[in-house]
Ligand binder design. Structure first.
Ligand code: CIZ
Ligand code: SF4
Length: 319
């Protein structure tokens, strides 16, 4: 529509003035993903966002996602300005893993290798030996297990349990969870599968174990998009944030995509299949931050240097 097209033009102009590029997550609003595509930015998972931001020539990164993604961009590119539509957008995994408690836990197990999910603060990353995203977590834990290392895993307990089962690694799990994925329910999924027996079930491993058990494909957002393209089924029941449907449908235009059922219903559900923090990003606040430059991510330089070590380890491993 015309209003949207005008917004895109206004934003594109501000991006040019600031020598900025948009780095957007799959879970943001489809309008934001379309905007990123139309202006030469990227739409991807947190691993690819980190790489794209680091390697892009622009001097300013506009990170549309949640705070840990902005922090990761800043850690990898300290010389760049990193703006976010709003600094209020956080993540229940990040919130559920405060650095003091986490450090005390790690100190109690000095013989363990500390592996943290990308969905953590810069300070937690700085305490870690490895940072992983869901697209490389299994491979990295497998690698560490083959070296005989014992692992502390934080913060997502469901993803941790899934990896532990898959690799057989010795893992101590932090008890964090994602408020979006933990709402998916096996019972509802079974009922839906009874309605559509021909459907494939795609599940992000931040979901409960009983939901993962029903899956035809388990994986990170990028891996689920690939599964939608390659699995033979025409109909897909998808257990992850509904923001993914934009790129999944683009990648697999002939597939019928259905949202997996969640525990809550309608207005009683705060986070049913859509992250409330991802939802804080909008065309309006993107334009606003490009105009006034507030909502800038800062990470203490000494802390950033320490957090960069386990991040680089992941990026080198994932090459
Ligand atoms: O749930 C998230 O925040 C995800 C999937 C992040 C990521 O790795 O892209
Ligand atoms: Fe965090 Fe879950 Fe939102 Fe991702 S979807 S940012 S893991 S709360």
């Amino acid at each position: 529509d015309i209003e949207r097209a005008r917004r895109f033009e206004e934003i594109a102009e501000e991006l040019k003035k600031r020598d900025a590029v948009i780095v957007a997550h799959y879970y943001t609003d489809p309008d934001i993903q379309a905007l990123a595509e139309a202006t030469g930015g990227c739409v991807s998972d947190s691993l690819e966002m980190a790489r794209f931001g680091r390697d892009h020539a622009a001097s300013t990164l506009l990170v549309a996602g949640v705070k840990f993604m902005g922090e990761t961009s800043k850690i990898l590119s300290p010389e760049k300005t990193v703006l976010m539509p709003t600094l209020e957008a956080t993540c229940s995994l990040d919130l559920g893993c405060p650095v003091d408690e986490f450090t005390a836990f790690c100190d109690q197990h000095p013989d363990h290798t500390v592996v943290v999910y990308a969905n953590t603060s810069a300070a937690v990353k700085a305490r870690a030996d490895w940072v992983v995203t869901s697209s490389v977590a299994v491979d990295i834990v497998e690698h560490l297990d083959s070296l005989g290392e014992k692992i502390i895993w934080a913060p997502d307990q469901h993803l941790g349990r899934y990896i532990q089962k898959k690799t057989g690694a010795d893992m101590l799990l932090w008890d964090g969870s994602c408020i979006v994925h933990e709402e998916f329910r096996a019972r509802g999924l079974e009922q839906m599968k009874a309605l559509y027996p021909d459907a494939a079930i795609l599940v992000h491993p931040e979901s409960p174990e009983s939901v993962i058990a029903l899956a035809d494909a388990v994986g990170s957002t990028s891996q689920l998009i690939k599964a939608a393209q390659t699995l033979p089924q025409k109909r897909m029941i998808v257990a992850t944030d509904r923001g993914i449907f934009y790129k999944m449908q683009q990648a697999a235009p002939d597939k019928i995509l259905i949202e997996a059922p969640t525990a809550g219903e309608g207005a009683t559900c705060r986070s049913c299949a859509h992250c409330p923090w991802m939802a804080m990003n909008s065309l309006d606040n993107i334009l606003a931050v490009l105009r006034n430059g507030d909502q800038e991510i800062h990470v203490d330089p000494a802390l950033a240097l320490r957090a960069k070590v386990p991040l680089d380890r992941m990026l080198d491993f994932a090459k």
